[in-house]
Design a protein around this ligand. Sequence first.
Ligand code: ADP
Ligand code: MG
Length: 720
Amino acid sequence: MAQLRFNAVMEATARQPLEVAPPAPKISQYFKQNCFDLDKMKETLAPEVYKRVKYCISQGKKIDIETADAVAAAVKSWAITKGVTHYTHWFQPLTGTTAEKHDSFFNALDGIEKFKGSALVQQEPDASSFPSGGIRNTFEARGYTAWDPSSPIFLWSTTLCIPTIFVSYTGEALDYKAPLLKAIEAVDKAATAVCKYFDREVSRVAASVGAEQEYFLVDKSLYNARPDLVMGQKTVFGHAPARGQQLEDHYFGSIQPRAYAYMKDFETECLKLGIPVSTRHNEVAPSQFEAAPLFEEANVATDHNLLMMDVMRKVAEKHNLMVIFHEKPFAQVNGSGKHCNWSLITDTGVNLFQPSSSARENLQFLTFFVNTIKAVHEYAALLRASIASAGNDYRLGANEAPPAIISVFIGSELTEVLNELETNGNIKIEKGDNMYMKLGIDKIPEIILDNTDRNRTSPFAFTGNKFEFRAVGGNANIGGPVALLNLIVAEQLTKFKESVDAEIAKGTEKRLAIVNVLRTYIKESKDVRFEGDGYSDEWVKEAERRGLPNVKDTPQALEAYLDKKSIEVFGKHGVLNEKELHARCEILWENYIKKVQIESRVMGDLALNHIIPTAIAYQNKLIHNAQGLKELGLDNTSVMKVISKITEHMDGVRINVIEMINERKRVNKLEDTHKKAVEYAEIIKNKYFDKIRYHVDKLELYVDNEDWPLVKYRELLFIK
Ligand code: ADP
Ligand code: MG
């Protein structure tokens, strides 16, 4: 068995970087070459058709069938010239990845390539095995996919991919995209209405997102020699290497050649697809990296993040690397998140979270800023639910990532501004007064991009001109959290407008009415603001005093979706109805159970079939040695000690594994998905995983390196 490990180490050590030349010297020469965006439509469609499509996309209107036929014909011709033979509706089921089913353009009956508008607009994938949470009975109906024209069609390999939503025949959302689109619409409507207080020209507000993707790279041979990585993208055992990340020499260090060659290669593929990747660097842990694109509209940014992950997986294989997005693949070193940078931008080009030198604009900035904080305070439990997954539970609160407590960091300058506004409560504003000056709003500096004031421990931080939702997991579909964020801000802005209008109706001057409502919000949401160390134990206690939720495990976190308040807000803005929320929870609980179950099985199998036999074999060698020493009349106490230590840890492994398996059998019989998920968390995971791992990792230290069957951490993380 150890032979497998040594072969893998030898293969990995011998590998060289694979340099792949980009298709052209300048990125501008191939950027978007595989993506059928508005520019390509303009080139290929008749002017009236193009105008119609553009109008429908910008206004979120339905595209009629004649227009769809024209687009289909144009996109087919374009694709065929690029050697494409098939098309697929590309969608995002709740399994967390993307799905596709390829159909040929070629029609054997007519002997020609065909692609009609109806095939572009709607498809019925054979998707009966995607989770539907009971909404769609597999035997009676399939779901269908419907084209989302706001996200560009793209070419991947020899297939034309059409971004789509995935819904059941009765119209319920079965994916991440459908609710995201609705939430984007909701925030547009609510934010545009509020913008009108300040600028009547604004007619649309778009949510923007830039997602920073963290990931690990591991040599393919080493990866394949670890059954736990192969099964669940996570090492269930492995003693920390002598050198972990304590030297902090990896972060922003120079990128190792194989990883660098890989990055350049996958970035090229991304750029061809129109994904605006722009930043690359090492991350904190050894063999951990980050890729970030330029921000785009939320819907496209979400599609692009998913597509980028797919591209990254596929290109990695070419380089004999495996890319890992799991939130916590290795113990003792940092896990991977996906910081979602988010802002709202008007069609007049104003970023609503950008403080400015003009006091009037700053009242607008403060309005959106304070409303967002208030929304996070009101719906902290939902935000936690939106990032809940089996993998992310290991990362949140592991003293390296934001805790499961949702709080907001805004920096000292803005804290001062809010404090002043709050305490200035009784100021009377007379006619002719400079209200902004009296309230201190004029003091907001033009640029608060203060890098020294960065707090990396906050799950939700204001970073100068945007909020950064950092608690999102590396493997997540960001569509979930991004939809939620837009939804709760939409709700908050709607309420805000109602209150301000009510004040104005009572005769209060508009700006003062705005300030009055903001003041109440500042007071009410104060508890969610936290500027200190989010990793500290004190914060956990302090948060409890403040009554902020701190839910550690996914099954309980998801319960927030079914609160009366949640059902109301989702329903009011048409994002998800009650039935859909229930279905979603069912699916997410089910996903959770499967993930933990796989991990538990892998753990059991490895422990019983790899670890214990190895430990016994090694112990036998020691017993032989002890007997020999004794026969020679020499002291064997030292080796006897090791023998008994090995026995102790083997017992620790065996007893806990057997108990865990028995518990699993019991839990598997539970009918109720929610209850089952809770027990998988509280019993299977929380009671056994750490204990079993502890004993196995100890055995790794006792057993001869030559005999150890699993590729070690120092090999996985340091062979480059
Ligand atoms: P940092 O996290 O160090 O501030 P950047 O300024 O490069 O790094 O931004 C990180 C990510 O945030 C990038 O993906 C970037 O495009 C995105 N971003 C920048 N401005 C905005 C914005 N107004 N809205 C949404 N995302 C943004
Ligand atoms: Mg950042």
